[in-house]
Design a binder for this molecule. Structure first.
Ligand code: ARG
Length: 561
């Protein structure tokens, strides 16, 4: 928090000879209990320099430390406890939010820099999986958080539209496919064919060769193969875009794996020239450090691989966007793959690899088990989203049937519930999928935060508040708890970015919502007295920050619900 720095400066004035400003800043703590003030300074480190007991130093310091910023300074054993001047701080913080509105918390450290985020990246001719949902939701939030930190962000949906599986799919379609059925229900039907192929292979292993042959034809540009592939691809993209539309997610590029087809040979040649390619059982590989398996670049039949395409894509993206950072929001199962990619790029001598990170995440579980798309056991995401929206709609019908825009609000709440549930815990954890849980209006849910925001908006609607030139000086405990949280928002944004961790934002807005609800319960906000405008200004500041926090998670905040 900003006031921690100010407090450190004040302490530094007194302690110049003993400690550096940085050291003081590092020593400052947040007291465990509210009654011990807002900032605590432990005096143990000073004992040596001053040749005194820390307890004595603390009581002397408490006397010396004076500033209009502090309401009170107290010694408590070896600690100096600082109580900030609540009037001063609340005026400053709320004034800033009223002035900056949704720009509050914006950072500049990313200005002039570019960050490329690879997220969502589903595979065509397959259902959009729960894993891809997580990637979509986390990547979308990281995009917004990065933008708030000043970065130019390029969102890339690296569609999985190339690889031997498309040979198998074409073979399956040629054998058992029906054009009409595919047209009616593309992904379901294509996926059924793909699953069927895998069942048949067990009895007829020769099918594998047919699949390989079709992929070869595809790679060689054979007309029939290309026409089928193009058709499957565009049907899939149409289905995906319906999901993105529902989730409110956008991308700047859809260059998928196939886009790199005609660029991979150059990449392989390049590795060859650098002397990095070696032969291993007929295949071409780049060998890597101890403990890491070699990175396979070309199979013995000349076919390229997932890694070949990712290497080519990384080079292309660096050339195209000159990125300072590149994030891959992909499940933890692919950690080794990315370690290998980064290791190869490093071996090639590129320093920009330092800015690349794999941003992994855990699984979505149903009753403790992985939700799988294998063997045709699919959970269709579109149906899940539709169900969430329907439940949200039901909720509105029960609680607020006269609400205008019911459809729109139900969509915002249903989708918000799914997103928030995904983002509320550290991304590396697995999450248990339960629509019922997600849609609760109490507890740690999206609808709870949205509802708190709507409640705050409704207070403002009922009053004559205008967010101009307010100076809100608030001092009671419940207001102060809210003010302190509001004050920490910019820091939370920064930490969320540094750790690529949207859960910092979600945890924060839950805390803020809780603190606000306490305020709402304890304080007579609309009482006609001289404090009314100040209290309303706080309410207004909360609406701004809750809305902005939700926005950073990709969630909308209806004014009424
Ligand atoms: N399509 C891949 C999959 O579903 C994810 C791609 C992730 N991005 C990447 N650059 N490899 O497993």
């Amino acid at each position: 928090m900003k006031y921690k720095i100010d407090a450190a400066k004040e302490l530094y004035q007194v302690l110049k000879d003993a400690l550096s400003l940085e050291k003081i800043e590092r020593l400052l703590e947040k007291p465990k209990h509210e009654q011990h003030g807002d900032i605590a300074f432990p005096c143990f480190e000073l004992a040596k320099a001053f040749r005194k007991a820390p307890v004595q130093i603390a009581s002397e310091l408490a006397l010396q430390l004076q500033s209009p910023l502090f309401a009170k300074v107290e010694a408590a054993g070896p600690y100096v406890n600082i109580f900030l001047n609540r009037h001063h701080v609340s005026k400053d913080v709320i004034g800033t939010i009223v002035k900056e509105k949704e720009l509050y918390g914006n950072k500049e450290f990313g200005t002039g820099k570019t960050i490329v985020i690879d997220y969502s990246s589903p595979n065509i001719a397959k259902p959009f999986s729960m894993g891809h949902l997580r990637s979509t939701v986390i990547g979308n939030s990281l995009k917004r958080i990065s933008e708030k930190c000043g970065y130019e962000v390029v969102g890339i949906n690296y569609i999985g539209d190339w690889g031997t599986q498309f040979g198998k799919l074409i073979a399956a379609y040629k054998k058992w496919g029906d054009e009409e059925k595919v047209k009616q229900n593309p992904i379901k039907e294509l996926f059924r064919l793909y699953v069927h192929f895998h069942e048949e292979v067990k009895e007829h292993p020769e099918l594998e060769d047919e699949g390989r042959a079709w992929f070869k034809r595809l790679e060689d540009g054979d007309q029939e193969a290309v026409v089928l592939w193009t058709w499957f691809r565009s049907e899939s993209l149409q289905e995906f875009s319906r999901i993105y539309e529902l989730l409110g997610v956008k991308f700047d590029s859809f260059n998928g794996e196939a886009f790199y087809n005609n660029k991979m040979d150059k990449m392989a040649d390049y590795l060859e020239n650098l002397g990095l390619l070696t032969e291993s059982e007929g295949a071409k590989v780049v060998s890597l450090e101890e403990g890491m398996p070699p990175c396979l670049i070309k199979k013995s039949d000349g076919a390229t691989l997932y890694a070949t395409r990712d290497l080519t894509a990384a080079m292309y993206r660096q050339g195209m966007y000159k990125f300072d950072r590149a994030l891959y929001v992909v499940g933890g199962e692919q950690s080794l793959h990315f370690e290998q990619i980064f290791a190869v790029l490093k071996k090639m001598g590129y320093s920009w690899v330092e800015g690349m990170s794999h941003v992994p995440f855990g699984l979505i579980l149903k009753d403790g088990k992985k939700m799988s798309t294998r063997k045709g056991k699919v959970v269709l995401l579109e149906e899940v989203i539709a169900e969430a929206i329907a439940l949200a709609k039901q909720n509105i019908e029960d609680k607020n049937p006269s609400l205008p825009n019911k459809e729109e609000v139900a969509k915002q709440v249903g989708v918000g519930a799914i997103l928030f549930h995904d983002l509320k815990n550290e991304r590396i954890h697995n999450i248990e999928f339960s629509l019922e849980h997600m849609l609760k209006f109490e507890g740690e849910t999206g609808p709870y935060v949205q509802y708190t925001h709507a409640r705050a908006c409704s207070i403002l609607r009922k009053s004559d508040f205008t967010p101009d030139n307010v100076s809100a000086a608030l001092a009671d405990d419940t207001s102060w708890a809210v003010v302190k949280l509001l004050e920490s928002f910019p820091k939370v944004v920064e930490t969320a970015f540094e750790r690529y961790e949207p859960s910092h934002i979600s945890k924060y807005i839950l805390d803020l919502a809780q603190a606000f609800n306490k305020y709402y319960g304890n304080v007579r906000i609309l009482e006609e007295d001289e404090g009314k405008q100040s209290r309303l200004a706080l309410v207004y500041a909360v609406t701004v920050v809750l809305k902005e926090g939700l926005r950073l998670l990709g969630i909308q905040s209806p004014d009424e619900m």
